[in-house]
Design a binder for this molecule. Structure first.
Ligand SMILES: Nc1ncnc2c1ncn2[C@@H]1O[C@H](COP(=O)(O)OP(=O)(O)O)[C@@H](O)[C@H]1O
Ligand SMILES: [Mg+2]
Length: 233
């Protein structure tokens, strides 16, 4: 991201949520962005995930320029390159765990064979240690298990990056810690992760720790994410 601004305008107020923000995340990194409630963390993740567009600035994701994508192009890139994990697990109660995790592959631009889908879903459920719950419905699982299903679903289409927004917000500390350990393990195995959280303890688990302040990234504990410049045309 280069020079990203995001303004929200309602009838009476204008909020400048992000102002001239620069951020580079490299393949294999685990970056946390922390800051107090309302500082723009979710807005940033929403832009990174192509769920909304910036007011100005430049954004490249995995080599694709996000500028002026049509809605359907953005949806396709979202499905292929991005895995989302939110505070609310957003699972579909009527579907089994297996079918929830399979969903991104069944709605993918590419069509996958049943055997490939089965293999990928089983692989991802094993990663989050829930192979034995494949046939359950989400409401038969604990909150921590439901969040791990959401992580498996986010991983199933082999995204370029996992975007994670306050993943422990609905969990007690034991389940929250387990989910955070899982993210560290996934990064060790190669997943690229951007975590946003207001919780300094969890932010500290990422390898690169950035702060969002006044709509900009400030005080990197590890400056590697900022000093290496990608080639922008
Ligand atoms: N859709 C929206 N319309 C108007 N204002 C918004 C909208 N989304 C976020 N904001 C405002 O932008 C700022 C940043 O919000 P947000 O990104 O949700 O913060 P955080 O996730 O760090 O708590 C806040 O002042 C919020 O009220
Ligand atoms: Mg938020």
């Amino acid at each position: 991201m280069r020079g990203i601004c995001k303004t929200f305008a309602t009838d009476s107020v204008q909020t400048l949520a992000l102002r001239d923000l620069d951020l580079t995340i490299y393949e294999g990194e685990y970056v946390s962005v922390s800051g107090p409630s309302g500082c723009g963390k979710s807005t940033l993740l929403t832009l990174m995930g192509l769920l909304d567009t910036p007011s100005s600035g430049q954004y490249l994701i995995d080599g694709v320029n996000a500028h002026q994508l049509s809605l359907s192009e953005a949806a396709a890139i979202r499905a292929e390159k991005i895995g989302f994990v939110f505070q609310s697990f957003n699972l579909i109660d009527e579907l089994t765990v297996f079918d929830n995790v399979a969903l991104p592959l069944r709605y993918h631009r590419q069509s996958f064979s049943r055997s490939y889908i089965k293999e990928r879903v089983e692989h991802c459920l094993a990663k989050v240690e829930l192979s034995h719950r494949a046939g359950h419905k989400p409401n038969q699982l604990s909150g921590g298990q439901q969040q791990r299903v959401a992580i498996a679903r986010a991983l199933v289409a082999e995204p370029a990056i996992l975007l994670v927004d306050e993943p422990t917000g609905n969990l007690d500390s034991t389940n929250g810690d387990a989910v955070m350990d899982m993210l560290s393990q996934l990064n060790d195995e190669g997943s690229t992760i951007c975590l946003v959280t207001h919780d300094p303890r969890y932010a500290g688990m990422a390898k690169t720790r950035l702060k969002l302040k006044d709509g900009q990234i400030s005080t990197p504990h590890n400056v590697s994410a900022q000093v290496r410049e990608p080639a922008y045309d």
